[in-house]
Write a protein that binds this ligand. Structure first.
Ligand code: NDP
Length: 261
């Protein structure tokens, strides 16, 4: 028998009321807005990051359904413990958003092995470890939604981001495998692939160079940067019952970059 969304008067199918979301890198940028949109949709959120101050400020802004834990996702041996601690303190994690990520723009021949390893370690290896830690518990409970924040850099040859593109392409490949392996146990796995979104990361990548900005906008049919909440609302949709039959996909949120020319 098909499981249907139980419609509750006054409650939208997009509601995340009663759900707990873990969002990595939630103290700033896209991660903060994912947390903000999820709180607005009714969820309780736990945000993580390496620095305490932005996390503290973010939770102060988001109110009493937002909590933080200082955690570096590259400390992979600590991730099982993080998940355990969150579930003991706040309850079962229903939604995992792997958002924390780093980038570095350098011509490929100048990228050192250390640079390459650092980026892949943060954006791909850690994502696998945290996903495994959460998925074990979600699968035992027969429900959960895992969202990877990927990038359009996984699809297009954007100059000077070899390691970043490799890491995000790895995430995209992993999504399909995990979605296939986990779907029998009620856990969905999807990606969101942002285009140019206005955050500290994209400002650094543009380097204040108006020519670079103009080139980026020429490749963007909507002709403007996206805002972090454009990713936030897409994440709310992906986590909600409205997306209950969606798994293994990557949703571009990019002002039309993915249309191609
Ligand atoms: P920001 O640099 O603005 O924010 C990144 C966040 O991740 C920060 O809160 C940072 O907090 C956290 N973080 C970084 N490294 C770690 C770590 N090792 N452990 C825990 N937290 C960490 O980036 P954006 O908001 O722009 O990017 C968010 C995601 O979106 C990334 O995965 C990025 O690749 C992706 N993306 C962004 C695009 C854009 O145009 N902005 C385009 C496509 C994809 P702290 O420093 O305290 O650890």
């Amino acid at each position: 028998m098909e499981e249907e969304h139980q419609s509750i008067p006054g409650q939208s199918i997009f509601s995340l009321a009663g759900k707990l979301a873990l969002i990595t890198g939630g103290g700033s940028g896209i991660g903060f807005d994912i947390a903000r949109c999820m709180v607005q949709a009714g969820a309780t959120v736990v945000i993580t990051g390496r620095r305490e101050q932005p996390l503290q400020e973010a939770t102060d802004t988001l109110g009493n359904r937002a909590h933080y834990m200082v955690n570096d996702v590259t400390e992979r041996a600590l991730l099982d413990g993080l998940v355990e601690q969150i579930e003991t303190t706040y309850g079962p994690i229903d939604i995992l958003v792997n958002n924390a990520g780093i980038n570095m723009k350098k011509p490929a021949l100048e990228v050192t092995d250390e640079d390459f390893d650092r980026i892949v370690h943060t954006n791909l290896n850690s994502v696998f470890s945290l996903t495994r830690a959460c998925a074990r518990r979600m699968m035992a409970r027969q429900q959960g939604s895992i969202i990877m924040i990927s990038s359009m850099a996984a699809y297009y040859g954007i100059d000077r981001v070899a390691a970043y593109a490799a890491s995000k392409s790895g995430v995209e490949g992993m999504v399909k495998v995990l979605a296939s392996e986990f779907s029998g146990n009620g856990v969905r796995v999807n990606a969101i692939a942002p285009g140019f979104i206005e955050t500290a990361m994209s400002k650094t990548a543009m380097g204040g160079d108006p020519d670079r900005f103009a080139r980026a906008m020429r490749r963007t049919p909507m002709g403007k940067f996206g805002q972090p909440d454009d990713i936030g609302w897409a994440a709310v949709f992906m986590a909600s019952d409205a997306a209950k039959y969606i798994t293994g996909v990557s949703l571009p949120v990019d002002g039309g970059n993915s249309i191609g020319f």
